[in-house]
Design a protein around this ligand. Structure first.
Ligand code: PEP
Ligand code: MG
Length: 826
């Protein structure tokens, strides 16, 4: 394991430029016997490929993987340049941490540096200090002890409760250390069984103090009593943190809005306020040129007859397949079309010499508007049926009249749509779309996943009536599952309070995002990100993610006319690896099918795409497509730590064939082996987890699909999506079986489905034995904070409790604190 020693640290150096800095730190590493002098060139080579400036004046130059033979033994040296040296576009590096590591050991240094990266004051201290111990402590992860630091309290002691609010974050910690330094006294602060030196800001931060925590402050030395009194009073006063009283949180279930409320399924968290903007994916372009009225009338009658015949077929088909809902809807459409008044009004317009499409569409529009104006919601809901019928006839009148419309938005507002494809969602303009609601869709659809990663509050599965809503101002409150139209002033005020509350919670988590997710009993859970692009890889790092647990490569294939070739894919993967700057990247091979359709691949339409040729099944049938991707991944793997993961594996033969293909692609491009893991998404993979664990290097549980296949509930189904809950005890048992099998064979397990992003679920999953949680970047800070505030022993108790429950609602009602207590008394 990497460990920095004092003789490999050079303080107070001056260097002319970056090249000289690399040479100097390289010399230190050569003198320490870590490496051959040739590795210095390799370190320069790495800088050509990816800049190693981490932020806050810290750079971590290290060589290229291909040159690791030049390393004699793993080691780290530090060059401190107080005046700084230009490292990247004018940004200076002051602390240059040279790393020679034969594998990805430098990731531990990165993780130890997370405290420093989050803390400008500490970074500045490291840049200027002449105390080598300060650097040693920061780099050697005295920040991440195996056991909690428990020091005995000093002679003078007082007990004080930390005030409610944002907890002991960087600003109050600075306030405390600065105050402590004004006394001739040693100071200790203890939170439960963790103690910290009161002069050390990072040690104070690691205490994980939140509002209401009971702290023991103790002092010794000539001014012990005065220091104790002043520090205790300062804590009570909030350590200089804004004295603004916080509004009491309003739980999602308690939010009562007076406006018109429509219920949906939360797809992405948050709250948004703005006008509703309805988007129809089709647009009508009318042909104005008219023939004789009699000709136009015949045209119109023919079109109505053809549309009626079409609807008759649809009703018959639905009835034959026992699709009662569909049959009912189409019968109603037939009824609308059979209304003699409608045809009569359109025919009257023909006498004025307009074309049949113009007359018909004009008439339909008027009907739609008057239906929308009705107060009775059920009748108003008929407006979209009327529009649907109108479009059907119009297509017969003039097939070119109905065109697909691009998503273009004017003013910022809340987008209302029947549905959005993943491609449409991915290209939404974040400045214009404050939130969105859709008539169909489920919370684990890829549209919802993208909304979460874009940070757009969203509700799905709202039903077709949503398309008829009009409101100058509306509220999307995703946590409450509500769209509120015509909100009252009181509603808008409530939305503001909820927003402020979310901002505060967010800030609390954000401030500590670079700290590792080390539970209070010192167990580490890796928290990583799910991505679909290089920009998202950067976002994961910025949000405190420790790598990528799932790259959905299929997103690179969506929204274009042809598949990316090997070079293009290689360039994308490489850009992601570089953005991660040493953190690991798990690349999932193509998972096309289900709700991710790629038109240009000309795949056969399927009745049941989620049970069809999807994921690894498709790749094994489309070998050329698969091989191209594998070659690109192996080529990119030269640039940083990469693992490969196969999706939707349900049969052992699939894993064997995929491994064999991967191996042949690897040999073709001459790359080193990488770990090959599988997604656990199909019940058969759980049942055979012991066998899979012998042939896969790791497991990552895709709870979105595992839930859909375990509970037999389509993840996109508007009526079922809310019940398809990954915290259902049946799914948790699947996860438990997977973790147990993996542990028996020394494999690690991750979870990369949507549930990993929920703080309560994250604790249950950690308690079940999951080692890594992968989620959208935005969720990372809150999940890390939740884990840091928990004990793994309590999470295990919570998981045991969850496994004894019989419904998802009972699991959702569990509470980490209360249930740990409950078990303590068992
Ligand atoms: C899953 O199924 O949980 C998963 C992560 O894969 P995807 O959502 O891309 O199907
Ligand atoms: Mg999946």
């Amino acid at each position: 394991m990497l460990h920095v020693t004092a003789d490999a640290i050079a303080l107070g150096r001056e260097v002319a430029d970056k090249d000289a800095a690399i040479a100097q730190v390289g010399d230190l590493m050569v003198q320490a016997g870590f490496m051959d002098p040739g590795y210095i060139d390799s370190m320069r080579g790495r800088e050509q490929e990816a800049n190693t400036l981490l932020g806050n004046g810290i750079a971590i130059p290290h060589g290229l993987q291909k040159d690791r033979e030049l390393i004699h033994r793993t080691g780290v040296a530090v060059l401190q340049v107080p005046a700084g040296v230009d490292w990247k576009d004018g940004e200076k590096a002051h602390v240059i941490v040279g790393i020679a590591a034969r594998s990805d050991e430098h990731i531990r240094i990165l993780s130890n540096l997370t405290d420093v990266l989050a803390d400008e004051t500490l970074a500045r201290d490291l840049a200027q200090t002449d105390d080598v111990n300060l650097l040693l402590a920061a780099l050697n992860g005295d920040t991440a002890p195996a056991e909690p630091v428990r020091l005995s309290d000093y002679e003078y002691q007082s007990v004080v409760h930390y005030p409610a609010g944002a907890g002991l974050h960087a600003r109050p910690a600075t306030f405390f250390t600065e105050l402590a330094a004004t006394f001739e006294a040693d100071v200790r602060v203890r939170n439960g069984d963790r103690s910290a030196d009161g002069q050390s800001m990072s040690a104070l931060l690691r205490l994980g103090v939140t509002g209401g925590c009971e702290l023991v402050v103790s002092t010794q030395g000539p001014q012990a009593e005065e220091a104790l009194a002043a520090l205790t009073a300062a804590i009570r006063d909030g350590l200089g943190d804004s004295g603004e009283p916080e509004e009491a949180p309003v739980a999602a279930t308690e939010r009562a809005y007076a406006g018109v409320c429509c219920r949906g399924i939360a797809a992405a968290p948050g709250i948004a306020v703005g006008p509703l903007m309805t988007w129809h994916s089709t647009e009508v372009v009318l042909q104005e040129e008219a023939g004789e009225p009699a000709v136009e009338q015949a045209r119109l009658r023919q079109a109505v007859a053809a549309a009626t015949a079409e609807i008759d077929d649809l009703v018959r088909h639905a009835e034959a397949h026992q699709q009662r809902d569909e049959a009912g809807i189409f019968s109603a459409h037939r009824g609308l079309l059979a209304d003699p008044d409608l045809l009569q009004r359109a025919e009257q317009a023909l006498t004025a010499g307009v074309s049949a499409p113009v007359a018909w569409w004009h008439c339909i529009q008027k009907e739609v508007e008057s239906l929308r104006a009705l107060v009775d919601e059920r009748l108003a809901g008929r407006a979209s049926d009327m529009e649907d019928v109108g479009v059907r006839v119009l297509r017969h009148l003039d097939p070119s009249a109905v065109r697909t419309r691009a998503l273009e938005l004017g003013e910022p507002g809340i987008l209302v749509a029947h549905d959005l494809t993943p491609t449409e969602t991915a290209t939404l303009d974040r400045d214009r779309v404050l939130g969105f609601v859709t008539a169909v869709g489920g919370p684990t659809s890829h549209t919802a996943i993208l909304a979460r990663s874009l940070g757009i509050p969203a509700l799905v599965g709202m039903g077709p009536e949503v398309l008829n809503l009009r409101s100058e101002q509306a509220i999307v409150d995703a946590a409450a599952g509500l769209l509120v139209t015509d909100p009252t002033d009181q509603d808008l005020k409530l939305a503001e309070v909820v927003c402020a509350q979310a901002t505060r919670d967010h800030q609390r988590a954000w401030d500590s995002r670079f700290e590792p997710a080390l539970t209070r009993d010192a167990e580490r859970i890796e928290v990583v990100g799910n991505i679909g692009s290089a920009a998202e890889a950067q976002a994961v790092v910025d949000h405190g993610g420790e790598g990528v647990g799932l790259l959905r490569t299929e997103f690179l294939f969506l929204g274009r006319d042809s598949a990316p070739d090997e070079d293009e894919q290689y360039a994308e993967y490489r850009a992601m690896i570089e953005a991660l700057n040493g953190f690991p990247l798990i690349i999932r091979t193509l998972d096309i099918g289900g709700d991710k359709q790629v038109p240009y691949l000309n795949l056969q339409a399927e009745d049941n795409p989620f049970l069809g040729v999807r994921g690894i099944r498709l790749c094994l049938r489309e070998e050329a497509l698969f091989r191209t991707q594998l070659r690109a991944i192996y080529r990119a793997s030269r640039h940083g730590p990469v693992k490969i993961m196969f999706p939707m594996v349900g049969l052992l033969e699939e894993l064997r064939q995929a491994r064999a293909l991967a191996e042949s692609a690897r040999i073709e491009v001459g790359a080193d082996p990488v770990d090959l893991g599988i997604m656990i998404e199909v019940p058969s993979a759980v049942a055979l987890a012991d066998a899979f664990a012998q042939e896969a290097d790791f497991f990552s549980i895709g709870t979105n699909d595992l839930t859909q296949y375990t509970l037999a509930m389509d993840r996109m189904h508007p009526a079922l999506a809310a019940q398809a809950d990954a915290l259902h005890p049946a799914v948790l048992r699947m996860i438990q079986l997977t973790c147990e099998a993996a542990a028996r064979h020394g494999r690690w397990v991750g979870v990369c489905g949507g549930v990993a992003a929920e703080p309560l679920a994250a604790c249950i999953l950690a308690g079940l034995g999951v080692n890594e949680l992968s989620m959208n970047a935005a969720a990372i800070p809150a999940v890390k904070l939740a884990l840091r505030q928990a004990r793994l022993s309590d999470c295990r108790t919570l998981a045991r409790q969850a496994l004894t429950r019989t419904t998802a609602a009972e699991v959702q009602a569990l509470d980490l604190q209360a249930d740990a207590g409950e078990a303590d008394h068992d």
